[in-house]
Design a binder for this molecule. Structure first.
Ligand code: FES
Length: 580
């Protein structure tokens, strides 16, 4: 059962920050004098909850350019409620610019979040994120530190537009790029698409990883109810930011902490929501990592169990037709959650002090084309399936709703690329033996091999086949895939090839059988032959001689375990620092 928030308000001397600012001693005098150096008076900070506003704003992160203004609005709310706000810049994790992938650095932001909260005189936190990895990273760190915290979602950007058609982040880039490679789109048209696809601040407005993870933070109870769906540039979003500032102050007085909110039941709510949204496959990795920080062991199988009984309701690209602005107008996340009804644990506590059930009571859907009714789903089962077999003994995933139904049961000969560079060098080689029935396999793209498990999983189709009209093929890798991508892409194969998993042993021409309904991925090679190949397999050299990459390589876990560092899972509490 979820814990109840404390009905008793804490006394100012019980505030964590009081240990820095309260005592009549030399060290506290130093702390007070430096607060005054910032122009604060004693009545501004003494006896008030000090709220850290962890802001992932940076000019490198184009999804969050409104966060400077939003931070000011959070501060207004904190002051209004009797707290003292302190803005703290943290790693921006720019999905667009970071190489090789932000996934390499998700755990770094999670560590920064935890340690920033631990090391400073903070009583609570507003976590400002939105672009893909910022959401899981901030939540992971906040769960580990377990100070009162509220997540402020960046909100989706406005829909894109081109020649009278709407454009969706990512999804329509992949779609029109394929048309350009097929010779169907001129340079001018392509430039117009570049100009029109990202028209405002906000994260990607398809049901990519950002929309998925922000919605799941909402379903977990870590945002103000429904905050995740509000478009970034709406005035409602500004008011929501101020409300976050007000609410976190009360959460500190109530001592309402993330681990009271992120329970096993709340994690189930997030998984059910993910399935009903047709959400990003990346959510699986992130939720396992988030649960791990809360001390909850989450097995890949739980996603498949809940997928089987959860209808897909949100008609959003890439699996569906519409965009997040349409979703907001159609009733938004609260409307969708109300549709899910008995599939959710209504008693889960949320940051506003109410239960999820109380928050969704009365929420309505205004457009059943965008958010389907429970009895008229887009599919009776969820968006993501978990597969196993001799090619993925620890599991792999497929976004069934984004795949060509024709290919959900398919057997074909493998065309193997040993890494990303090999694929780019040979994919369009006229000598490459490949047909629409081939199964493309990319090795060495996993958590260790790439490194960082980049979003390469929507493997490209050769130009020659595109010109013949082929738009989907079975593709298999140990990589991830952008939530905005689509196609019959089997992802997160575990163990990965860099560790000598069976995917490392596949050779050109081997028959691979994909049976999505049967949850099976099978390599038709005899066991003794596979054993011989394994004996001949040579482990790759380490990729990093030093630095963060070396630490990452030594401690990151495989995809089915969430790719967190093994030493960051929940364990014994770390004591607060001594104040000397
Ligand atoms: Fe930031 Fe897509 S690039 S959410």
């Amino acid at each position: 059962m979820p814990s109840e928030p404390s009905a008793v308000r804490r006394h100012p001397e019980e505030l964590r920050s009081f240990r820095w600012f309260g005592p009549d001693d030399l060290r506290a005098a130093g702390h007070r004098s430096r607060a005054k150096q910032m122009g604060l008076s004693e009545e501004d900070f003494a006896g008030r909850p000090i709220i850290g506003i962890l802001n992932t704003w940076s000019e490198l992160n184009t999804c969050q350019t409104h966060f400077r203004q939003r931070a000011e609005q959070v501060k207004h709310g904190v002051w209004q409620a009797g707290g003292c706000p302190i803005e703290i810049p943290v790693l921006a994790l720019s999905e667009i610019y970071m190489k090789p992938t932000t996934m390499l650095y998700r755990n770094l932001l999670a560590m920064e979040t935890e340690e920033v909260l631990r090391a400073h005189p903070l009583d609570g936190a507003v976590l400002m994120g939105g672009c893909d990895k910022t959401t899981p990273a901030l939540l992971m760190g906040a769960l580990s530190m377990n100070l009162p915290a509220i997540y402020l979602p960046a909100g989706p950007m406005l829909r894109g537009g081109w020649r009278g058609q709407s454009l969706g982040s990512g999804s329509d880039v992949w779609k029109y790029w394929a048309e350009r490679r097929a010779g169907n789109l001129c340079d001018d048209a392509w430039r117009e698409i570049e100009d029109g696809i990202a028209r405002s601040p906000g994260h990607c407005m398809t049901m990519g990883t950002a929309s998925t993870m922000n919605s799941l933070a909402d379903a977990l109870g870590m945002t103000l109810p429904g905050a995740s769906s509000i478009p970034a540039v709406h005035s409602t979003h500004e008011r929501m930011a101020t409300a976050c500032g007000r609410r976190i102050v009360d959460m500190v007085w109530e001592d309402l902490r993330p681990r009271q909110i992120v329970t096993r039941e709340a994690i189930d709510n997030a998984i059910v929501t993910d399935m009903a949204l047709g959400g990003s496959t990346n959510a699986i990795i992130h939720l396992i990592a988030i649960a791990g920080r809360a001390g909850i062991r989450l097995d890949l199988q739980r996603f498949d169990e809940l997928s089987r009984c959860t209808p897909w309701l949100a008609n959003i690209r890439p699996s569906g037709e519409y965009l997040m602005e349409d979703f907001y107008d159609a009733g938004a996340l609260l409307g969708l959650l109300a549709q899910l009804g008995d599939l959710l644990n209504r008693n889960c506590l949320t940051v506003n002090g109410k239960t999820l059930g109380q928050n969704i009571d009365g929420a309505e859907v205004y457009n059943n084309e965008v958010i389907r009714a429970r009895d008229k789903p887009l599919s009776p089962t969820g968006g993501t399936y978990v597969l196993r077999g001799n090619l993925a003994p620890h599991g792999c995933v497929i976004k069934r709703t984004a795949a060509d139904p024709r290919l959900l049961q398919h057997t074909g000969p493998a065309v193997v690329f040993r890494d990303y560079n090999d694929m780019n060098a040979r994919l369009n080689d006229p000598a490459l033996e490949i047909t629409a029935d081939s199964v493309i396999v990319l090795q060495n793209a996993g958590p260790l091999g790439a490194p960082g498990m980049p979003e390469w999983g929507m493997l490209p189709i050769p130009d020659r086949l595109l010109k013949e009209g082929v738009r989907d093929m079975v593709r298999i890798s140990d990589a991830r895939m952008s939530g905005t991508s689509y196609g019959t892409c089997v992802l997160h194969v575990s163990p990965e090839s860099y560790q000598g998993g069976p995917i490392a042993l596949v050779r050109d021409g081997d028959l691979i059988e994909l049976d999505v309904e049967g949850r099976r991925l099978h390599l038709h090679v005899r066991d003794d032959e596979l054993a011989a190949r394994r004996d001949a397999w040579i482990a790759p050299e380490p990729l990093y001689p030093r630095g963060y990459g070396k630490m990452y390589s030594q401690h990151v876990t495989q995809a089915h375990l969430g790719c967190d560092f093994d030493f960051l899972h929940a364990g014994e509490e770390i004591a607060d620092p001594e104040i000397h």
